[in-house]
Design a protein around this ligand. Structure first.
Ligand SMILES: Cc1ncc(COP(=O)(O)O)c(C=O)c1O
Length: 400
């Protein structure tokens, strides 16, 4: 007998925590650990956004607000979805929550019944399967592969759909791979969904603005307008505007789902932080010119990391289209032994040994549902990345 909820036993603790905790322990013990695990930009929030928050505080915008967002922010979100994605949404089709994470969680809580299946392409963001489990649903993992640069094929999607499928969770550019679907690749997936009218799509567009080279972001309801009525378009200001701590995410979709999400939020957290909402208005309505400037930096870092990791025998590192992650395969290193005598049996053993023997913290691929790989976040300085990649090169060369 346990005092804790039975639901909780369906959920595993975040696999990334072991690495993060270990890295923190080693740092505290005085070791020069370089962390490549963080899922947030190292840039500061732009000044105009901070100024808007300060002005909101001065103006007394410090009280409860409407549960799922103030009208001014909903208007800014509707304008953004029209401007960037060509999508028409009315304010009553928009829900604002405490980060993209709460939005996705609300949506799953609002729609899943026991036995409902949710198709999650792997590699996936760590929270999707556990959120589905917490909401009482069944995650159905559809594994993509290195050969398609971690993008799900229409055949793989088709094979994962059953009469019980409720949602496909779609994420492009992706955490953890950085893979971004072209319009044609996404259209091939939406064509599958058109053949299965009972399946809805929850698209997590969090990394929309972090796209490099000639990659053009697109989102399901834009690529296949006939899916508009069964699409929940989720996004937020955390990544592109370097606002991870402000906690503002949003979704747009059918009124009935948005109202259900509001009901859940009204009985849990109520409104997202009032001051952050005013800051998010400035983020969405204000100048966007720092986005290409930041992206130049991210692209330079991506190219550095891909090139240094690709030089390693046994490592294959696809070039991602967006986000700030790379997801190299280490299939050529499995079975080798480290100087300390550890056998690299899988990617978790690799990440653990890399941390213990080379002072670099990365997240192992099993955490994201596709092995043997590891995730590097390149949202850190060029110097730290160079040093870390040099350490990874030396560590891999030392394996026998
Ligand atoms: C794919 C993806 N979706 C959603 C989120 C959550 O974003 P937020 O910080 O706004 O909750 C993250 C954060 O890491 C993410 O990587």
């Amino acid at each position: 007998m346990t005092f804790l909820s039975a639901t909780l036993s369906r959920v595993k603790p975040s696999p990334t925590i072991a690495v993060t905790t270990k890295a923190a322990e080693l740092k505290a013990a005085g070791r020069d650990v370089i962390g490549l695990g963080a899922g947030e930009p190292d840039f500061d929030t732009p000044q105009n956004i901070k100024d808007a928050a300060v002005a909101a505080i001065a103006a007394g915008k410090t009280k409860y607000t409407a549960v799922d967002g103030i009208p001014e922010l909903k208007a800014a979100i509707c304008a953004k979805l029209k401007r960037d994605n060509g999508l028409d949404y009315a304010p009553n089709q928009v829900s604002v929550g405490t980060g993209g994470k709460q939005i996705l969680y609300n949506a799953l809580m609002a729609t899943l019944n026991p036995g409902d299946e949710v198709v999650i392409p792997a590699p996936y963001w760590v929270s999707y399967p556990d959120m589905v489990l917490l909401a009482g649903g069944e995650p159905v993992i559809a594994a993509a592969s290195l050969e398609t640069n971690f993008k799900l094929t229409p055949e793989q999607l088709e094979a994962a759909i059953t009469p019980k499928t409720k949602w496909l969770i779609f994420n492009s550019p992706s955490n953890p791979t950085g893979a971004g679907y072209s319009r044609e690749e996404l259209k091939a997936l939406t064509d599958v969904l058109m053949r299965h009218p009972h399946v809805w799509v929850m698209t997590d567009d969090m990394y929309e603005h972090l796209a490099y080279d000639d990659f053009e972001f697109c989102t399901p309801a834009e690529v296949e307008p006939a899916l508009y009525g069964r699409t929940l378009t989720c996004n937020g200001v955390s990544k592109a505007y370097a606002m991870t701590g402000w906690r503002i995410g949003y979704a747009a979709g059918p009124v009935e789902v948005i109202a259900a999400m509001r009901k859940i939020q009204s009985q849990s957290t109520s409104n997202p932080c009032s001051v952050s909402q005013w800051a998010a208005i400035e983020a969405l309505n204000g100048p966007q010119d720092f986005l290409p400037t930041n992206n130049e930096v991210f692209k330079r870092r991506r190219d550095l990391v891909v090139s240094m990791l690709s030089d390693i025998d046994g490592v294959t590192c696809p070039v991602p289209e967006g986000a700030f992650y790379v997801y190299p395969s280490i299939s050529g290193l499995i079975g080798k032994t480290t100087p300390n005598g550890t056998v690299i049996e899988n990617d978790e053993a690799f990440a653990t040994a890399l941390l213990e023997e080379a002072d670099v913290a990365v997240v192992f691929g099993a955490a994201f549902g596709l092995s043997p790989n590891f995730r590097v976040s390149y949202a850190t300085s060029d110097e730290a990345l160079k040093t870390a990649c040099t350490r990874i090169q030396k560590f891999c060369a030392s394996l026998t």
